[in-house]
Ligand binder design. Structure first.
Ligand SMILES: [Zn+2]
Length: 410
């Protein structure tokens, strides 16, 4: 991989650009976007500081500094982006958002990327974040995401049910949407009416009716679900359950005979059950609607070129319950991994099926604490356990495993 060195746009560079009669700003915008796409960044941040504007890329979940740009150039850059994404160019004081399409070049071929832009005013200027939604990046096939064979079977069983809801949960950046898109691929597109309600639409999928939420024009999740239900749907994907009303509508859609897929921003499967009850979904409806919950995370893998075996500290041993049946490794940092010690990410997942034991527990309407405790006994192969096996086989460092702990609360 290419080494990224933070740099400042030099006057000489700009002079060179002018010599070539290339408008400097157009070139600068293209250059940053091309680099972001090349690096497979998910977001590009522009953060005005006192002296300069810092440009950072988010890659594999982490931000790193890419460049510094002078304020006078950033203002021009910002204006160009505002024009391209149809924002108000004269407004510097309000939050704004917009979108645009950008065509880059990869291997001598045009490469289309949808860009979502958000601007907020800060003390040293307008902070801008560009989210890069890569249209060419094919959603992965379900069996290549990293689920265990047992988990894959559970997910495929859901696809074959006539109705029911499957939720995919985890924090932002845990790969929930990719999982849902991959599951959607499993349905028979020829025979079924599949509709998704999303915000934003991250990938365009053939044979699926994709609806874009637009809060500005009052096209929100719950309103759209009501309309979609009148269109004879078989499978409905709801991008995210954000509020009580959407939760209740999703449950209603399920018990009236549809298959519903959605995501929820909770830490794990057990927390999701408690959250849904907190959202006002009656335990009876929860039992009738839910087929299962997938909890997931993407954790960083140790770099295979610089990892060494380490002995766990006393504190770490305690967190492992006093047992360490395997090799714990840690990346030292090398040229291959840009001195980070870690490389790509690996999926850690749990699938909680709503079988009779789980349904019986929810039916008893016990308090949150008891639900958590008893579900913990039923649901043994949870995120922590899956993470442990990755830790003991040297795939992830302890710092990544630690992220799975203390997840009892939201
Ligand atoms: Zn390395």
């Amino acid at each position: 991989m290419k080494e990224i060195i933070p740099q400042i746009f030099l006057k000489e560079d700009l002079a060179a650009l002018q010599v070539n009669k290339i408008p400097e700003v157009v070139e600068m915008v293209n250059h940053i976007l091309d680099q972001g796409i090349e690096e497979e960044a998910s977001d590009i941040h522009f953060e005005p500081k006192k002296k300069n504007v810092i440009v950072r890329f988010r890659k594999d979940g982490d931000l790193f500094t890419y460049k510094e740009v002078e304020h006078r150039l950033y203002i021009k850059l910002l204006s160009r982006i505002k024009v391209l994404s149809k924002m108000n160019i004269a407004d510097f004081r309000n939050c704004q958002d917009g979108k645009m399409e950008y065509i880059s070049e990869r291997n001598n071929q045009a490469y289309k990327v949808d860009v979502r832009i958000s601007i907020i005013p800060t003390i040293f200027g307008e902070k801008m974040v560009m989210r890069l939604l890569d249209q060419q990046k094919k959603y992965l096939q379900l069996h290549k995401l990293g689920f265990t064979p047992t988990q894959l079977k559970m997910i495929n069983d859901f696809v074959n049910f006539q109705n029911g809801m499957l939720l995919c949960v985890g924090p932002t950046g845990s790969g929930k949407t990719s999982t849902l898109y991959s599951i959607l691929q499993q349905f028979d597109h020829q025979q079924l009416n599949i509709t998704s309600i999303e915000d934003p639409i991250e990938y365009q999928i053939e044979n699926i009716n994709q609806c874009q939420i637009n809060e500005k024009t009052n096209v929100n999740f719950h309103k759209t679900i009501k309309y979609v239900l009148r269109q004879d749907p078989d499978v409905i994907m709801i991008g995210e359950i954000r509020d009580e009303e959407t939760a209740k509508l999703a449950v209603r859609a399920t018990i009236t005979g549809h298959r519903v897929l959605s995501t929820l921003h909770t830490k794990n499967a057990i927390s999701t059950v408690v959250r849904l009850i907190d959202m006002g979904v009656q335990p009876y409806y929860l039992n009738s609607a839910l087929n299962g919950i997938i909890g997931q995370r993407l954790l960083k893998k140790n770099c295979p070129f610089c990892s060494i075996k380490v002995i766990p500290t006393e504190e770490e041993m305690e967190l492992l319950g006093g047992e360490c049946p395997g090799n714990i490794m840690i990346g030292q940092g090398c040229k291959v991994c840009n001195q980070k010690g870690t490389t790509t990410r690996v999926l850690v997942a749990e699938v909680l099926l709503f079988d009779d034991r789980v349904k019986d527990l929810i039916r008893r309407k016990t308090d949150r604490k008891t639900i958590r405790k008893e579900l913990g006994i039923i649901h043994k192969y949870n995120l922590v356990e899956q993470g442990k096996s990755l830790l003991f086989s040297g795939i992830i460092p302890f710092s990544e495993y630690r992220k799975l702990l203390f997840t009892d609360e939201f």
